[in-house]
Design a protein around this ligand. Structure first.
Ligand SMILES: [Ca+2]
Ligand SMILES: [Ca+2]
Length: 163
Protein backbone atom coordinates (compact mmCIF):
# COMPACT_ATOMS: atom_id res chain seq x y z
CA UNK A 1 0.00 0.00 0.00
CA UNK A 2 2.77 2.39 0.93
CA UNK A 3 4.49 1.56 -2.34
CA UNK A 4 1.34 2.42 -4.27
CA UNK A 5 0.99 5.75 -2.50
CA UNK A 6 4.65 6.52 -3.08
CA UNK A 7 4.27 5.64 -6.73
CA UNK A 8 1.25 7.90 -7.07
CA UNK A 9 3.09 10.77 -5.43
CA UNK A 10 6.06 10.26 -7.69
CA UNK A 11 3.76 10.15 -10.69
CA UNK A 12 2.15 13.41 -9.59
CA UNK A 13 5.56 14.97 -9.03
CA UNK A 14 6.72 13.94 -12.48
CA UNK A 15 3.44 15.22 -13.90
CA UNK A 16 3.81 18.61 -12.24
CA UNK A 17 7.41 18.90 -13.37
CA UNK A 18 6.58 17.93 -16.93
CA UNK A 19 3.68 20.39 -17.16
CA UNK A 20 6.10 23.13 -16.14
CA UNK A 21 8.56 21.89 -18.70
CA UNK A 22 6.02 22.33 -21.49
CA UNK A 23 6.29 26.04 -20.99
CA UNK A 24 9.81 26.57 -19.66
CA UNK A 25 12.50 24.29 -21.02
CA UNK A 26 15.91 23.88 -19.42
CA UNK A 27 17.36 25.88 -22.30
CA UNK A 28 15.17 28.81 -21.31
CA UNK A 29 16.49 28.91 -17.74
CA UNK A 30 19.48 31.15 -17.31
CA UNK A 31 21.41 32.69 -14.45
CA UNK A 32 20.91 36.36 -13.60
CA UNK A 33 24.42 37.00 -14.95
CA UNK A 34 23.27 35.87 -18.40
CA UNK A 35 21.95 39.03 -20.01
CA UNK A 36 22.06 37.88 -23.60
CA UNK A 37 19.16 39.25 -25.66
CA UNK A 38 15.97 37.23 -25.97
CA UNK A 39 14.19 37.12 -29.31
CA UNK A 40 10.41 36.84 -29.34
CA UNK A 41 7.97 38.16 -31.92
CA UNK A 42 5.90 40.38 -29.64
CA UNK A 43 4.26 42.62 -32.25
CA UNK A 44 3.09 39.70 -34.37
CA UNK A 45 4.69 40.72 -37.67
CA UNK A 46 6.48 37.39 -37.99
CA UNK A 47 9.91 38.88 -37.28
CA UNK A 48 11.55 38.21 -33.90
CA UNK A 49 11.90 41.29 -31.72
CA UNK A 50 14.79 41.91 -29.39
CA UNK A 51 14.34 41.91 -25.62
CA UNK A 52 17.38 43.04 -23.68
CA UNK A 53 17.58 41.96 -20.01
CA UNK A 54 19.34 44.32 -17.59
CA UNK A 55 20.10 44.00 -13.91
CA UNK A 56 20.53 46.78 -11.38
CA UNK A 57 20.37 47.43 -7.66
CA UNK A 58 18.40 49.86 -5.53
CA UNK A 59 19.49 51.04 -2.10
CA UNK A 60 17.08 51.82 0.70
CA UNK A 61 18.94 52.07 3.95
CA UNK A 62 16.94 53.70 6.74
CA UNK A 63 18.20 57.16 7.75
CA UNK A 64 21.19 56.96 10.05
CA UNK A 65 21.79 53.25 9.39
CA UNK A 66 24.77 51.74 7.66
CA UNK A 67 24.12 50.37 4.19
CA UNK A 68 23.81 46.65 4.80
CA UNK A 69 23.30 44.01 2.15
CA UNK A 70 19.70 43.57 3.24
CA UNK A 71 18.92 47.11 2.10
CA UNK A 72 20.26 46.43 -1.37
CA UNK A 73 17.70 44.95 -3.73
CA UNK A 74 18.58 43.11 -6.93
CA UNK A 75 16.38 43.79 -9.90
CA UNK A 76 16.11 42.50 -13.40
CA UNK A 77 14.29 44.44 -16.07
CA UNK A 78 13.68 44.13 -19.79
CA UNK A 79 13.89 46.57 -22.68
CA UNK A 80 12.04 45.74 -25.87
CA UNK A 81 13.06 46.87 -29.32
CA UNK A 82 10.97 45.63 -32.20
CA UNK A 83 12.39 44.89 -35.61
CA UNK A 84 10.58 48.01 -36.87
CA UNK A 85 12.39 50.20 -34.32
CA UNK A 86 9.72 50.73 -31.67
CA UNK A 87 11.00 50.44 -28.15
CA UNK A 88 9.65 50.05 -24.65
CA UNK A 89 12.17 50.56 -21.88
CA UNK A 90 11.83 48.55 -18.67
CA UNK A 91 8.52 46.99 -19.61
CA UNK A 92 8.79 44.71 -16.60
CA UNK A 93 11.00 44.85 -13.49
CA UNK A 94 11.40 42.04 -11.02
CA UNK A 95 13.05 42.04 -7.60
CA UNK A 96 14.91 38.75 -7.36
CA UNK A 97 16.50 39.13 -3.96
CA UNK A 98 18.89 41.19 -1.92
CA UNK A 99 22.63 41.64 -2.24
CA UNK A 100 25.12 39.16 -0.86
CA UNK A 101 22.65 36.65 0.52
CA UNK A 102 20.85 33.48 -0.33
CA UNK A 103 17.13 33.38 -0.55
CA UNK A 104 17.26 34.75 -4.04
CA UNK A 105 16.14 32.77 -7.01
CA UNK A 106 18.94 31.41 -9.17
CA UNK A 107 17.53 31.39 -12.64
CA UNK A 108 15.08 33.30 -14.75
CA UNK A 109 13.52 33.07 -18.13
CA UNK A 110 11.24 35.04 -20.37
CA UNK A 111 9.24 33.10 -22.94
CA UNK A 112 6.12 33.52 -25.08
CA UNK A 113 2.98 32.55 -23.16
CA UNK A 114 0.66 32.33 -26.15
CA UNK A 115 -2.32 34.64 -26.30
CA UNK A 116 -3.55 34.47 -22.71
CA UNK A 117 -6.37 37.01 -22.98
CA UNK A 118 -7.31 36.24 -26.59
CA UNK A 119 -6.81 39.76 -27.89
CA UNK A 120 -4.60 38.65 -30.76
CA UNK A 121 -1.34 39.76 -29.13
CA UNK A 122 1.30 37.35 -27.92
CA UNK A 123 1.73 37.57 -24.16
CA UNK A 124 4.84 36.75 -22.18
CA UNK A 125 5.71 34.61 -19.21
CA UNK A 126 8.48 35.51 -16.80
CA UNK A 127 9.83 32.73 -14.63
CA UNK A 128 12.21 32.88 -11.70
CA UNK A 129 13.16 29.89 -9.60
CA UNK A 130 15.63 27.67 -7.81
CA UNK A 131 15.67 24.05 -6.67
CA UNK A 132 12.60 24.26 -4.52
CA UNK A 133 10.41 27.16 -5.50
CA UNK A 134 9.55 29.37 -8.40
CA UNK A 135 7.53 32.38 -9.32
CA UNK A 136 5.72 32.72 -12.59
CA UNK A 137 4.41 36.05 -13.84
CA UNK A 138 2.15 36.34 -16.86
CA UNK A 139 2.58 39.64 -18.71
CA UNK A 140 -0.18 40.85 -21.00
CA UNK A 141 0.99 42.54 -24.16
CA UNK A 142 -0.94 45.81 -24.43
CA UNK A 143 0.90 46.99 -27.51
CA UNK A 144 2.69 50.00 -26.04
CA UNK A 145 3.19 48.47 -22.61
CA UNK A 146 2.91 45.23 -20.69
CA UNK A 147 0.79 44.64 -17.60
CA UNK A 148 0.96 41.93 -14.97
CA UNK A 149 -1.92 39.52 -15.46
CA UNK A 150 -1.04 37.04 -12.71
CA UNK A 151 1.72 36.01 -10.32
CA UNK A 152 2.01 32.49 -9.05
CA UNK A 153 4.48 31.13 -6.53
CA UNK A 154 5.03 27.39 -6.45
CA UNK A 155 6.94 25.57 -3.74
CA UNK A 156 8.06 22.02 -4.37
CA UNK A 157 9.26 21.64 -0.76
CA UNK A 158 5.75 20.39 0.06
CA UNK A 159 6.15 17.54 -2.37
CA UNK A 160 9.60 16.55 -1.20
CA UNK A 161 8.77 16.55 2.50
CA UNK A 162 5.76 14.32 1.80
CA UNK A 163 8.00 11.78 0.08
CA1 LIG B 1 8.11 41.33 -34.55
CA1 LIG C 1 -2.80 38.65 -25.60
Amino acid sequence: MIKVILFLKLALLVFSVSTNAQQISDNDRRGFDNLAPIFIDVDGDGVPDRIQPRTYQTYHNPPGKRLLNKYVKNWITFDLKTSTGKSIKSFFAYNYGIAGQGGSYWVYSLVPAGDVNKDGRTDLMFYSGDDTSAETVILLNKGKRFSVHSRKITDSDDWLSDL
